[in-house]
Design a protein around this ligand. Structure first.
Ligand code: NAD
Ligand code: IPM
Ligand code: MN
Length: 351
């Protein structure tokens, strides 16, 4: 493309702080080659307080017209929990059919990790393909007799053959394109027998179309162990919406922290724009302090560029991040850089 038409949703808390740095780096890496046209959407807690609106149909249709979306984070302690998370973030993921929630993890040299590096045999570099439009996230539940001793509260996980197959197929294709060509299904089919067996049968079926990909399975609880004591074993992990949410926070924590973890909410069929965002939330505890690490947002910009077919600038961002992390690990002054200073340092490396 000669221009990128980008919707930007900063959102709440540290969201706008980190998207600002992401845009700074995007401008630096593209230089004069490609123009970026951004449209900011004021969505989140402030808008909800002012108007009672979360995401109107008109907002959604306007957002739909862009090439891609960059999102910071949503959620604020002053808004009832779930109003913005469901009404804004999940509504976008569902309406724009972001059925692949792509969450890569890479342990860069030098970054702080609770892992024992001496025990790590190989490179830690894996990607979680998290289903993005089904599972317990659809809101197919309900409660009766709320607030009484007889209350019943149900959250139903929806798993369709169509929805499982399309994300599993995407995960196999990604595994096929990677050197190790390995796919791990993560579920809990020893207990969740209905959904678990659908996922398992689907993986077995799709595997026949990808004979070069080796397949294994791990229960999600055991994955928590392996991520801590042998994360190098993983290549591509495919899992449902809720397991994927949980697995990827631990994946972030072992690979340098939540401030580095990027994600893409991808619509592989390109019937609507994909949306790129850090894995982390609005971090109200550090909002406004300049302590937020914008690297996750910056790496999300790299995923955005890759999705648009711009592999070269995407790789240059990843290299700049690697160099910056290296510098930060070696130098105490660099380690205490603010949000904007990290963005400036990355932009300087790229321009
Ligand atoms: P969180 O990710 O916002 O924060 C968890 C911890 O990580 C906090 O200690 C925070 O200070 C730290 N942290 C997060 N991002 C960081 C960064 N870039 N640099 C340094 N430290 C960082 O999760 P939470 O506290 O569970 O949720 C806070 C709010 O965010 C809630 O309203 C939640 O619903 C929402 N949330 C939104 C998203 C999203 O928009 N995608 C994701 C997760 C949580
Ligand atoms: C994430 C967040 C969201 C999720 C919430 C805020 C809806 O935790 O992006 O990981 O659960 O998907
Ligand atoms: Mn999460």
């Amino acid at each position: 493309p000669s221009t990128i038409d980008l919707a930007v949703i900063g959102g709440d808390g540290i969201g706008p702080e980190v998207t600002a740095e992401g845009l700074k780096v995007l401008d630096a890496v593209l230089g004069d080659d490609i123009a970026v046209r951004t449209t900011e959407y004021q969505l989140g807690a402030a808008r909800w307080h002012a108007t009672g609106e979360v995401l109107t149909d008109a907002d959604l249709e306007a957002i739909r017209s862009h090439d891609a979306i960059l999102l910071g984070a949503v959620g604020d302690p002053s808004v009832p929990s779930g109003v913005l998370e469901r009404g804004l973030l999940l509504r976008l993921r569902f309406a724009l059919d972001h059925y692949v929630n792509l969450r890569p993890s890479h342990l860069y040299p030098g970054v702080a990790t609770p892992l024992d590096r001496a025990q790590i045999s190989d490179e830690v570099d894996f990607v979680v393909v998290r289903e993005g439009t089904e599972g317990p996230y659809v809101g197919n539940g309900g409660a009766i007799r709320v607030g009484t001793p007889a209350e019943v509260a149900n959250e139903v996980s929806v798993n369709t053959a169509f929805g499982v197959e399309r994300v599993v197929r995407d995960a196999f294709a990604r595994a096929q394109a990677r050197p190790r060509k390995k796919l791990t299904l993560v579920h809990k089919h020893n207990v969740l027998v209905h959904a678990g067996h659908l996922w398992r049968r689907t993986v077995d079926k799709v595997a026949q179309d990808f004979p070069e990909v080796s397949v294994d399975y791990a229960h999600v609880d055991a994955v928590m162990i392996y991520l801590v004591n042998d994360p190098a074993r993983f290549d591509v992990l495919v899992t449902d919406n809720l397991f994927g949410d949980i697995v990827t926070d631990l994946a972030a924590a072992i690979t340098g922290g939540i401030g580095l973890a990027a994600s893409g909410n991808i619509n592989p069929d390109r019937t609507a724009p994909s949306m790129f965002e850090p894995v982390h939330g609005s971090a109200p505890d550090i909002a406004g302090t300049g302590k937020a690490d914008p690297t996750a947002a910056v790496l999300s910009v790299a995923l955005l560029l890759e999705h648009l077919g711009l592999d070269d600038p995407a790789q240059r961002i990843a290299q700049a991040v690697a160099a910056d992390l290296d510098e930060r690990s070696a130098d105490a002054a660099a380690l205490s850089r603010s949000t904007a200073e990290i963005g400036d340092a990355l932009a300087a490396r790229l321009s």
